[in-house]
Design a binder for this molecule. Structure first.
Ligand code: G6P
Length: 745
């Protein structure tokens, strides 16, 4: 624009300069011609009266004075033939006296073509200090006899003045034109720009109809904004509940979040004396998601599994939680015995759970369970759809209990953003093939917008399964699966815990925790304590863990009588045969070890087979010398992360199975293969003798990682990805609308 205006102004200046030259020459010629003919006219007209007054000096002078009365005539003079002055007006320029002009009047003058006797008419333009003058002379005759001549001097300075006025006028006109020429486009551009930015802003907010010329700029802007947002979201600095809230408000404009997860974060149970108690279930999923719901509020749709759950809900089956600091809702869904049996115990925990974990428990698939799984998924999907407050809500579907729900939700809410997180491993495609309903499972999950796993390996396994069993297009460049026009992004989002952990904030000091535990279990002052904290589940490698402790005591007599291992084992899925078996095996191994190495005042294995509330669990974490996490296969294992979070004193050693997701992040732990009992026993010995400064170094490093990669970051990343996806879908939707509406005018 500035360039255009510059060219325009320079062009106008050149044009004005050229025009003013032409105008000047033309005006001057006009005036000179005009003066010439006027002078002739004046002299010719007064020739007779001058001749008549020639011999009367007074009348002659009056004649000359009347000639010079014209303001443009400077003076007139009458000259005798001998070139003497006969009469003249005052102020006649001396330069053109009778003598000076007479010689020219006598000679033939090329300018004048009229010859009259010996004297000639003559004229010229001359320059005086006062300006230019036009001098004309004309012979005077009386009865054919030349008696002299008259000279008239016209002032031409007015022509110069007029020229200057004309030039000034032209310059003024030029300036006005230049201002108009630059101002009008500038105004127009400003107006267009404001209209344009208004329209663009409207389109970016999803309002208005998109015209074709905005398409490229819109996509450029979105890319740029996306990049900026990326940079901002990826900016260093800790993720906190507040930052997550801000991210949610910025990207999703405070939209309500609905979580679907089978396990509820607060279970109401009857206890003695008709009282009702609130229980925090032992579930990694709950540990991770509960802080997210506190930060974001919304609704958590879950199975109402507590025996006092029905008594604590309102008419809509809602209960406000957390108790005492209510900030979000649980929507409880009730299941019949048959539904629970088929959906939860059957298909979810005897089918999918062992299918997805490499823990050598054979999956069991029953048609009746599958039927219940479908019915219950539909039941939960319907409950979710009743909780949402828009046609495009954000729904977080959690875990293997709800593989079918994403497609069911999408069917009812095609514009919803469904984010699925699969909290357990995804098997390789060959193993997935075991499931008779693998196709339905895969198709159900592909109803989601984003499908998250803990690791890239599990993402790859999922994509391979899709590739192998169902008809889709796999976009490997973007890690996405496209099925029937719907795209699902498949991404790794390693889960974590809140930071800081609220149970740590309120826990007694590590010394006090240690003193309490020592007192409770009658440990000697020089005793060493290892702990394990798990649900009683065959994937956790509890048998292997106990066997490794047995081997340690066998190979390292120095620890006998000193080292005790406390296993906090929360009963889990107890109606399932395999879990009952595990319970018995763990009990048997414990008894054997305690018989083999125990003494009156020494119990090698302290088996605590009951549910422990978080404050109790954190007391053990803070008291122990080591924590042994020996899962045979685990999506993440948040116990490992909780132990590190609990150790504000930078003491204690984490012994961690290489088959957990956590082992990829907590590399400063002593990483072991739980199947290799020798190396596990050796790692336990190393842990128990590790110098304090090495413990501190390892702990410090793991804690700084957890502070950074906490669960707020996990949720933030997923929600930002979802927000980006929603924007892309909005733009794509508008483009499609635009294409359907035909070409823009
Ligand atoms: C695992 C699953 C969770 C589940 C938890 C406890 O962590 O991924 O979905 O909640 O185990 O199991 P439960 O069957 O008691 O809910």
């Amino acid at each position: 624009m500035a360039r255009f205006i510059l060219v325009l102004v320079v062009g106008l200046a050149l044009l004005t300069w050229a025009v003013s030259g032409v105008v000047q020459t033309t005006v001057r010629e006009w005036f000179e011609r005009d003066v010439n003919s006027r002078a002739k006219l004046v002299l010719t007209g007064s020739r007779q009266s001058i001749a008549d007054a020639w011999n009367d000096p007074v009348t002659l002078n009056r004649q000359l004075v009347s000639l010079a009365r014209d303001e443009r005539v400077m003076g007139a003079v009458a000259c005798n033939t001998d070139l003497s002055t006969r009469s003249g007006t005052q102020g006649f320029p001396e330069e053109f006296n009778c003598l000076a002009v007479g010689s020219r009047v006598r000679a033939a003058d090329p300018v004048v073509d009229v010859v009259n006797g010996e004297l000639h008419e003559w004229s010229t333009i001359a320059t005086l200090p006062t300006g230019r003058v036009y001098v004309s002379a004309m012979p005077i005759s009386i009865q054919g006899q030349e008696v002299g001549f008259a000279i008239l001097v016209h002032d031409l300075s007015y022509i110069d003045r007029r020229e200057r006025t004309a030039q000034t006028f032209l310059i003024v006109v030029f300036c006005i034109l230049a201002i108009l020429a630059s101002g009008i486009p500038l105004l127009a551009a400003k107006r267009a720009r404001s209209d344009w930015s208004l329209e663009l802003r409207g389109l970016l907010h999803g309002k208005g109809k998109q015209s074709r010329e905005f398409q490229p700029i819109l996509s450029d802007m979105r890319e740029l904004v996306g990049r900026m947002v990326n940079e901002r979201e990826d900016a260093p600095g800790q993720w906190t509940a507040e930052r997550l809230q801000q991210t949610l408000n910025r990207h999703l404009h405070g939209e309500k979040i609905v979580i679907l997860a089978n396990r509820e974060p607060y279970i109401h149970n009857h206890v003695a004396d008709g009282k009702i108690e609130v229980q925090h279930p032992a579930s990694g999923l709950v540990t991770a998601l509960e802080p997210i719901m506190r930060a974001c509020s919304g609704v958590w749709v879950a199975h109402g599994s507590g025996d006092a759950d029905r008594e604590t809900v309102d008419l809509n089956d809602h209960v406000r939680v957390p108790p005492g600091e209510e900030s979000y809702l649980i929507r409880r869904v009730w299941l019949t015995e048959e539904e629970q049996q088929g959906y939860y115990y059957g298909f979810s925990n005897e089918g999918l759970w062992p299918l997805c974990h490499i823990a050598h428990t054979r999956p069991v698939f029953r048609t009746a369970d599958w039927r219940q799984y479908r019915i219950v998924n539909q039941k939960f999907a319907d409950a979710v759809c009743r909780e949402v407050d828009s046609k495009d809500p954000i729904i977080l579907v959690q875990d293997y209990h709800f593989a079918l729900a994403p497609a069911m939700i999408r069917k009812r809410l095609p514009e919803a953003t469904v984010i699925v997180f699969w909290h357990i491993p995804w098997p390789n495609s060959e193993r997935m093939g075991i499931c008779p309903w693998r196709n339905e499972i895969l198709e159900g999950l592909l109803g989601s917008s984003i499908l998250g796993f803990h690791t890239q390996l599990h993402c790859n396994n999922f994509i391979d399964s899709v590739d192998r069993y169902i008809e889709t297009r796999i976009d490997r460049e973007h890690n996405a699966v496209v099925r029937q026009g719907h795209r699902t992004l498949v991404r790794p989002y390693p889960i974590s815990i809140e930071w800081p952990v609220r149970w740590v904030e309120t826990a007694p000091s590590p010394e006090d925790c240690r003193a309490q535990v020592w007192r409770d279990f009658g440990l000697k002052p020089n005793a060493l304590l290892g702990i394990g904290v798990d649900r009683l589940d065959y994937t956790k490698g509890i048998e292997e863990r106990l066997l490794a402790v047995e081997l340690l005591l066998e190979q390292h007599p120095e620890f006998r009588g000193r080292f005790s291992f406390a296993q906090l084992a929360a009963p889990s899925r107890t109606k399932i045969e395999r879990y009952k078996e595990l319970n018995e095996t763990v009990e048997r191994i414990t008894e054997r070890i305690n018989t083999r190495f125990g003494k009156k005042d020494y119990t090698p294995i302290i088996l605590l087979r009951s549910h422990h509330e978080p404050p109790e669990v954190f007391r053990f974490y803070r008291a122990a010398d080591l924590c042994f996490v020996s899962s045979l296969h685990d999506g993440m294992n948040l116990v490992a992360k909780e132990f590190v979070a609990a150790r504000t004193d930078l003491k204690g050693v984490l012994v961690l199975s290489e088959f957990t997701g956590a082992a990829r992040e907590l590399t400063e732990a002593l990483i072991v293969n739980p199947y290799d009992l020798e190396s596990c026993a050796a790692a336990l010995a190393v842990a128990l003798t590790m110098p304090a400064d090495e413990q501190q170094d390892r702990m410090r490093s793991m804690r700084s990682l957890l502070a950074q990669f906490n669960v707020y970051r996990w949720a933030g990343k997923m929600l930002v990805d979802a927000a980006r996806l929603r924007n892309q879908e909005r733009v794509a939707g508008r483009l499609a609308e635009h294409a359907n509406a035909g070409p823009a005018d």
